[in-house]
Design a protein around this ligand. Structure first.
Ligand SMILES: Cc1cc2nc3c(=O)[nH]c(=O)nc-3n(C[C@H](O)[C@H](O)[C@H](O)COP(=O)(O)OP(=O)(O)OC[C@H]3O[C@@H](n4cnc5c(N)ncnc54)[C@H](O)[C@@H]3O)c2cc1C
Length: 394
């Protein structure tokens, strides 16, 4: 084990939340380290395709955005956090643009899509590789800074000291005044335990949450895991792929074996997933060639021009697998996707442990028990920046 090294702020995790926190803390003048379980690139954030919400439409506002979250969460979200999230969303988008993220535009403004549970078009996109674009710009900003990265350095132990916290990350012992936990969720591990498919990265295993809980941190809604309504069901190499929700925003609908629409395809995620489970249970689903349950997603209703601008990656992947989604319906079934709950935080992203902050999927409250799509990347940026600022102040 190497001799301890000291920093003002230690950020655990290099997804969108961790990098937003690290860049912000470093720009505030702190000596910052990022410790990641694998490489800096390995995270769920980079896999995000659909987009990020912010109220830019003429018929939209941060208040309407907040109301949609409240309704989609079944009135379980922490509205103090939600108001921060929605009011700071436009500023977060401009910050990302300053870092180099080029959101897809049309007619002199952003190209906005309506996502499940939203009452207005509010989803900004970078084609269908939004998470890749955001994490790349954040990583470039981080790597150009004076910060220190520890890769292949999983957090294994965390203990309070007189001056702050001591963390054991792989072979490194790191002392820091404050710690930002941004280690994501646990759906990869849970899916493995249940024998189910997941959209998640193999690093999404949840041990950092457990460390925090063992130290006495409070949590909320931890058992509320979210299924993505549209996991790829066939062909085999698309199983577990999350078909972007923007397919439905741009006209695709869910159909049962009889070709009937059985649910509002743009309803909140939990309702759409449950409707699919129920339809299959009632015997109106279809079966994949390898015997898995599924329903149809009729992607042939998407206009080719929309697909080319907003779904190029999805089209490429399916076409490479021998299926053209604009010419034939595709098979889909819900897959484990997101940890809705997590560590309790306040508006500065501080957990109930002194000097320990949490942001991104590891934190709870912003989505209550049911997240709307596009609000997770937003949460990473808004609360990542808040966590970075507050952690650098202490
Ligand atoms: C396929 C897919 C598509 C998605 N699409 C969208 C979308 O369109 N819009 C949207 O808003 N959201 C989307 N999401 C959700 C969103 O991307 C994630 O919830 C969010 O990016 C999580 O960010 P994060 O920074 O909290 O965690 P992650 O991005 O998962 O990063 C976690 C980091 O913590 C590290 N880590 C884990 N354990 C340890 C440890 N013990 N020690 C040190 N480091 C550790 C990991 O290596 C990683 O660097 C999608 C998710 C997936 C999987």
């Amino acid at each position: 084990m190497a001799a301890p090294v000291g920093f003002d702020v230690l950020v655990v995790g290099s997804g969108a939340a961790g990098l937003a926190a690290a860049v912000t803390a470093e720009r505030a003048g702190a000596r910052v380290a990022v410790a990641a379980k694998g490489s800096l690139q390995s995270c769920n954030s980079a896999k995000a395709q659909g987009g990020i919400q912010a109220a830019f439409g003429d018929d939209d506002s941060p208040e309407l955005h907040a109301q949609d979250i409240w309704r989609s969460s079944h009135e379980t979200a922490d509205m103090r956090l939600v108001e921060v999230l929605t009011s700071e969303a436009p500023g977060a988008i401009h910050w990302l643009e300053e870092l180099g993220v080029a959101f897809t535009c049309e007619n002199g403004g952003y190209r906005l899509a309506r996502c499940g549970g939203a009452s207005a078009k509010r989803l900004l996109q970078v084609g269908d590789r939004t998470g890749h674009a955001i994490t790349k710009s954040l990583r470039d900003a981080w790597e150009a800074s004076s910060g220190t990265s520890f890769e292949n350095a999983p957090l294994r132990e965390l203990e309070q000291t007189q001056a702050g916290w001591r963390a054991t990350c792989g072979e490194h012992v790191i002392d820091a005044s404050t710690v930002v936990l941004a280690a994501g969720g646990r759906c990869y591990r849970v899916a493995q335990e249940r024998g189910e498919l997941s959209t998640n990265h193999p690093g999404a295993t949840g041990e950092v949450t457990e460390l925090a809980l063992a130290l006495g941190a409070e949590s909320r809604d931890l058992e509320a895991l979210q299924y993505h309504p549209n996991g790829g069901a066939w062909p085999g190499n698309m199983q577990g792929y999350s078909i972007p929700e923007t397919t439905r925003a741009y006209g695709a609908v869910l159909l049962n074996a009889n070709g009937e629409e059985f649910t509002d395809s743009l309803g909140p995620r939990d309702q759409v997933s449950q409707a699919i489970f129920d339809e299959v249970e009632a015997g109106r689903g279809v079966e994949t060639p390898d015997g898995r349950p599924a329903v149809y997603l009729d992607t042939t209703r998407i206009a080719e021009a929309d697909a080319e601008v907003s779904l190029p990656y999805m089209l490429r992947r399916y076409r490479a697998a021998g299926i053209d989604p604009l010419a034939e319906k595709i098979l889909t079934y819900p897959v484990l996707h997101y940890q809705n709950g997590g560590l309790v935080i306040d508006a500065d992203a501080q957990t109930t442990l002194e000097g320990v902050y949490a942001c991104g999927e590891i934190a709870g409250g912003t989505h209550g028990r049911n997240r709307m799509m596009g609000n997770s990347l937003l949460e990473c940026v808004v609360f990542g920046r808040r966590a970075g600022r507050a952690a650098a102040r202490n």
